[in-house]
Structures are given as structure tokens and as C-alpha cells.
Design a protein around this ligand. Structure first.
Ligand SMILES: [Zn+2]
Length: 311
């Protein structure tokens, strides 16, 4: 049995998979964000109950927002109590299981590369575009972590100077602490900020998308500027990694126009004669968190002993 645990800022999704990665069951609990002991207790309880139900000691993979540093420490703004803590180590000490942990956007990429929308491609870049912009590169089925686990943070590349000048965009302070990250304009909240900067209007994303589909000139302008910025972000990725495919995830991956328009926008920012790879929607989408965590456990944790009946 393999347990994939997707920890979000509000909910924990706990899913049990068989060795072929078929999801057998899943449950959701509220994430304790203020009390680390309660946070670990909640996770341990989910694992222990599942072990009891399945009469085994399952492998455990965890996905979390924020960075996991080389020492295994979480750096997460969403789950304050876990900030600076070694979550996998705490849980392993409590349970006696081997626990693997990774950033949730990297796990999205891993999940989509294996059995997902990137299946069959050697170099898959999974790019989550929702409240944040982060992703991961999977090379021949293996997640590329880099030296300290920050490979994949494409949202924190700087705004290109030419586009910033062309559209007179101010440099905004990003949540990461840097100034002028692409993330401040390309994510869901970033798209709303962009529209406000360009037109002085507050708007929710579904309403903005509806307005550009209805042909509203202001909304269409915001869409065009956003596409230019997104094209630049992905062109950076092409120049760094030259992936075979981009799989989009997160809330903005539901905007169908990206799949048609983004390759051209990427090529506008590349050298002449070089092409953008296909940009495709996810197969698993939001379910990729738990599935990717299970995949990580399946591929990196050593075999666990099967517990005997008296357990
Ligand atoms: Zn940033």
C-alpha cells in the first residue's frame, strides 16, 4: 500500500494507492496550521488508521506547499506551524515509517509525467499556475531537484525589461521577498493585479475571462499583456531546460485559450527558428498532489516490512 498525502493550507488529502497507483480510497481533514504537535498528530493518525485498515505498513509520500530545503526543513508560509520544521523526520520518528516529502508543484510535474498528460515525453515540465507559479522538471521519469530543491521556481524569474517598459508596469514586491518577480503578474492574483494596473478596475478572474470572450477591448488587452508575460516566463524555461512538453496545472490551467495561444507567445520570446513545445492541460489536475506524493514514495522509499496480524 502507498499513501499519498497532499497537505494544503486549508485541507489535508490522504489517499491510498495500490502498487499500480490506482486510488483505492481517500479522505480529507482540515490542516492544523498553528500547532505543530497537532499537525504531526493528525498526519500520524491518518497513517496509523490506514495501516490498521489495510493490515500493512504503507509507504508514505508527502506533498506540501513551500520549499523543502536540503536538510528537509519546510519553508512554508501557508502552514505556519511547520515553518522551519523537518516534517518528514518528525513523522518518521513518530511512526517508524520511511517518509519522503517534496514541494507540491514538483509532485504535480512528477504525477503528470508518469501516466499523466506528459506520459511518453522524456523531458516534462509541469507548471502550476494558480495562486502561485511554480513547477518542476521531470527527466525520464525522475524529478530534477537541483542542489537545494529550488529547481522549478519559474515564477520568481524577473519581469523582462522590454515588456516592463512596453507596458509601463511597476515593479511589485513579491511574496518571496524579491522585487519584480513574474509571479506578481502571471498568477491568478497576478492577472487581477495586471488588469488593475492597466485599467484601474477590480475584477475576478472568471469575470475577466468572460469579458475577453465577449470581445471587451480592455479585457482583451489585459489578456494580450498577460500572454506576453507568460510567454516570456515559459521562454525562459525553454532556454534553461528545452522540455518536450509543458503540462499546465492550477486554477489558470482551466483557461482553454492558453493551449492555443501560449506556444506562439513563447516563440515570440525565443530565437528565430526555434519552436515552443506543446502546452497541454493536465490529466490529473488537483488530484496530482496526492498521486505525485504516492509516486515519490513508490519510487524512492525502500520496501517496508509487512506487519503481522497482531498489529
Ligand atoms: Zn518572487
Amino acid at each position: 500500500m502507498i499513501y499519498g498525502v497532499d497537505i494544503g493550507g486549508t485541507k489535508i488529502e490522504f489517499a491510498c494507492f495500490d502498487a499500480d497507483l490506482n486510488k483505492l480510497e481517500s479522505e480529507r481533514l482540515a490542516t492544523p496550521v498553528d500547532d505543530y504537535e497537532m499537525f504531526i498528530d493528525t498526519l500520524a493518525g491518518l497513517v496509523e488508521n490506514a495501516d490498521r485498515r489495510h493490515r500493512c505498513k504503507g509507504k508514505v509520500g508527502i506533498g506540501m506547499p513551500g520549499l523543502i530545503d536540503a536538510e528537509g526543513r519546510s519553508l512554508s508560509a501557508n502552514i505556519a506551524c511547520a515553518n522551519g520544521k523537518k516534517v518528514a523526520e518528525s513523522l518518521a520518528a513518530r511512526l517508524g515509517h520511511t517518509i519522503v516529502i517534496e514541494n507540491d508543484c514538483r509532485l504535480f510535474a512528477l504525477s503528470e509525467s508518469r501516466g499523466g498528460a506528459g506520459q511518453g515525453s522524456r523531458h516534462v515540465y509541469g507548471a502550476v499556475l494558480g495562486t502561485g507559479a511554480a513547477g518542476g522538471l521531470v527527466i525520464e521519469g525522475r524529478l530534477y531537484r537541483g542542489r537545494q530543491g529550488i529547481a522549478g521556481e519559474y515564477g520568481h524569474h524577473p519581469l523582462p525589461a522590454d515588456l516592463r517598459k512596453k507596458y509601463q508596469l511597476p515593479l511589485l514586491r513579491c511574496g518571496c521577498g524579491l522585487l519584480g518577480c513574474l509571479e506578481t503578474y502571471i498568477t491568478g492574483p497576478g492577472l487581477a493585479t495586471l488588469h488593475r494596473q492597466l485599467w484601474g478596475e477590480e475584477i475576478e478572474i472568471p469575470a475577466l475571462v468572460q469579458r475577453w470572450r465577449d470581445g471587451d477591448p480592455r479585457a482583451l488587452n489585459t489578456k494580450a499583456v498577460h500572454l506576453d508575460l507568460l510567454g516570456a516566463a515559459f521562454a525562459n524555461l525553454v532556454m534553461a531546460h528545452d522540455p518536450d512538453i509543458f503540462v499546465l496545472g492550477g486554477g489558470l490551467s482551466r483557461i482553454q485559450e492558453f493551449y492555443r495561444d501560449l506556444p506562439g507567445a513563447i516563440e515570440n520570446q525565443l530565437f528565430p527558428g526555434f519552436s515552443a513545445p506543446p502546452v497541454v492541460p493536465p490529466k490529473f489536475g488537483d488530484a496530482s498532489g496526492a498521486r505525485g506524493a504516492a509516486l515519490l514514495a513508490l519510487t524512492s522509499a525502500p520496501e517496508q516490512k509487512i506487519a503481522t496480524d497482531e498489529n
